[in-house]
Design a protein around this ligand. Structure first.
Ligand code: ARG
Length: 255
């Protein structure tokens, strides 16, 4: 499966998401501009990337949540301009207390509490018993409102999705050994996905968005949140995702 050709074609190498699909994928803007993606995991909770909800970036090693009032969350619309979306303000921002503590980009998740319960059905985080559906080699779905290529001036006008194979922890560690290209790989809090030859990947603006595995009944489960990568879709540089379905991040979200 890893040797197969990457599908031609945002998200880099993706296709537009049809209207009405992936309604739980959130289009997040902060202070009216800086964009991230997120995922509805409970009627009033969206998970996104730590570096989206944190004021501290990589400079101050203490996670301080963005003022909730500056964050806008749009659900149920594939349109980048938010047309037809269910619009939310945020009442609470909870940054993982281990974000940035472990290594430059570890525990890259933040929880946003919405001002009112969404009418959208949340996606379930993969259960512990579903571990096999996201083993290395399995194809997973990525989606987001981010750039369709590393140097694109602006994102496409429709949410994009694509499929990428989950990679082994050894592959991920080999691709990100030294903190260059966004961080060093930490298997406890990260997983990575992508073809060896690149071409299909998440990119800037997709951060916090979902990496989804297919459950045995065909429905999707959340296994990752887009975190970082060296460029987008480069050969040998798979995308790195926060490991939300097990380990310390699963425990953080459960709290
Ligand atoms: N950090 C980026 C963001 O803020 C996401 C980068 C994902 N990169 C990748 N090559 N998979 O949106």
């Amino acid at each position: 499966m890893l040797g197969a050709a990457a599908p031609a074609g945002a998200v880099v190498g993706g296709t537009p998401v049809p209207d009405g699909q992936l309604r739980y994928v959130a289009n997040i803007s902060i202070a009216g501009a800086f964009g991230c993606t997120g995922t509805l995991i409970a009627p009033d909770w969206v998970v996104t990337a730590g570096h989206c909800g944190s004021l501290t970036g990589s400079i101050v090693p203490t996670p301080i949540g963005m003022p909730a009032s500056t964050i806008d969350v749009k659900l149920a619309s594939v349109h980048t301009d938010g047309s037809g979306a269910e619009d939310h303000k945020v009442t609470q921002v909870i940054v993982d207390s281990d974000y940035l503590v472990t290594n430059g980009s570890g525990n890259d998740v933040t929880l946003l509490q919405l001002d009112h319960a969404s009418a959208v059905r949340p996606v379930l985080i993969a259960a512990v018993g579903e571990r096999a559906i996201w083993n290395a080699g399995r194809l997973a779905t990525i989606a987001g409102f981010g750039l369709a290529s590393e140097n694109a001036p602006q994102p496409p006008d429709t949410m994009q999705k694509a499929r990428v194979p989950i990679r082994s922890d050894a592959d991920c560690a080999a691709a990100y050994p030294d903190g260059l290209g966004g961080g060093s790989f930490d298997a406890k809090t990260m997983l990575c996905a992508g073809y060896p030859q690149g071409g299909t990947d998440t990119c800037q603006g997709d951060s916090g968005g979902p990496l989804l595995a297919k459950a045995l009944d065909g429905s999707l489960r959340l296994v990752g949140a887009t975190s970082f990568g060296d460029g987008c879709g480069r050969p040998g540089k798979p995308g790195v995702y926060a490991r939300v379905a097990e380990g310390p991040i699963r425990s953080f979200i459960a709290r």
